[in-house]
Design a protein around this ligand. Structure first.
Ligand SMILES: Nc1ncnc2c1ncn2[C@@H]1O[C@H](COP(=O)(O)OP(=O)(O)OP(=O)(O)O)[C@@H](O)[C@H]1O
Ligand SMILES: [Mg+2]
Length: 253
C-alpha cells in the first residue's frame, strides 16, 4: 500500500481533479484504491456522489468510528467522505495529543485492503494537512505555471520540512503542472523558473506528465464522471493516463 497526498496550500490548482482522475485511472488498471477527502469543502465527496454521509472523516479523526464504518464504495474506488463539520474541529484537533500521527496510525491496518490511498487536502496548512503529510509515502504538488506558484513552492518545502522529523521517508514525487497551455510564452518562461526552484528546493522536478487546460475537466465533474468516462478522446484523458503511468513507474523505483 502506498499513500499519495495531493497537496498545495493554494486553492483551485487541481488537487481534487487530480485525486478524482488518478483514482479512476488506477482503478481501471485493476488496483484497489481509496480516496480520502480531508477538505471541509467536500468536493471529492460530492464528485463521488456521496450525499449527506452519516459518518465522515471528522468522526474517524475523532476516533468515533473505524475506517470501515466511514468508507463508502463508489464507482471509482472507496471513498472516506468529508463535510463542512470538519472545519469546526480544527481547534479541537490542535489540542488533541499526538493528533498529527493519528491518520497514519488509522491507515496502517488498511495495507492489506488497498494498493493506493489518495488524500485530497484542503487549500490550507493546518492540523489536517499536517496529519496527511505525516501519513504520506509520496506527495504530488499540483500547480499552475504562473508567477505565484513559484513563490508557493517555497511554502510547500517549508511545510514538508516541518513534518520530516515525524515522517523521514516522505518523498515529493514532483510538481504537476495543471491547466497547462504550452502555446503561451508566459507558461514556457515560468516553467523554467519553476523547474529551477523545484529542483533546488524539493529534490525533485516537474513531472513529465502535464494536465492541459480543457473545459472537459469542469464538464466531466459536472456530470460526476472521470474525464475518461466523460470523453475518452479528451486531451485530459491522455494526460491523466500519462500521469498514472509516470507515478506507477516512479513508485516502482
Ligand atoms: N486541466 C484543467 N483544465 C481546466 N480546468 C480545470 C483543470 N483542472 C481543474 N480545473 C478546474 O479548476 C477548478 C479547480 O479545480 P479543483 O477543484 O480540482 O482544484 P483544488 O485545488 O482541489 O481546489 P481547492 O483548493 O478549492 O480544493 C475546477 O473548476 C476544475 O474543474
Ligand atoms: Mg479541492
Amino acid at each position: 500500500m502506498k499513500t499519495i497526498v495531493v497537496f498545495n496550500q493554494k486553492g483551485g490548482v487541481g488537487k481534487t481533479s487530480t485525486v478524482a482522475n488518478l483514482m479512476a485511472e488506477l482503478r481501471l488498471k485493476g488496483y484497489a484504491v481509496l480516496g480520502i477527502d480531508l477538505d471541509a469543502q467536500a468536493n471529492l465527496t460530492a464528485f463521488n456522489k456521496v450525499i449527506n454521509p452519516e459518518r465522515t472523516v471528522r468522526d474517524l479523526l475523532l476516533n468515533k468510528c473505524s475506517a470501515d464504518d466511514v468508507t463508502v464504495h463508489c464507482k471509482y474506488g472507496d471513498v472516506i467522505p468529508s463535510d463542512t463539520s470538519l472545519q469546526n474541529e480544527l481547534l479541537r484537533f490542535a489540542s488533541m495529543p499526538a493528533f498529527v500521527i493519528r491518520l497514519r496510525d488509522i491507515l496502517k491496518p488498511l495495507s492489506s485492503k488497498y494498493d493506493y490511498i489518495f488524500i485530497d487536502c484542503p487549500p490550507a496548512v493546518n492540523q489536517v494537512t499536517a496529519a496527511a503529510l505525516v501519513a504520506a509515502d509520496y506527495v504530488i504538488v499540483p500547480a499552475e505555471a504562473e508567477y505565484f506558484s513559484a513563490v508557493g513552492i517555497k511554502m510547500i518545502v517549508d511545510t514538508v520540512g516541518q513534518v520530516k522529523p515525524l515522517n523521514p521517508g516522505i518523498k515529493v514525487l514532483g510538481v504537476l503542472l495543471v491547466k497547462y497551455q504550452n502555446r503561451r510564452n508566459l507558461t514556457k518562461s515560468l516553467e523554467s523558473v519553476l523547474n529551477e526552484n523545484v529542483n533546488k528546493l524539493l529534490d525533485c522536478g516537474i513531472l513529465s506528465a502535464k494536465i492541459r487546460f480543457t473545459v472537459d475537466i469542469p464538464s466531466s465533474q459536472a456530470s460526476g464522471l472521470s474525464v475518461r468516462d466523460f470523453k475518452s478522446k479528451s486531451k485530459a484523458t491522455k494526460d491523466y493516463e500519462d500521469l498514472s503511468d509516470e507515478i506507477l513507474k516512479e513508485m516502482k523505483k
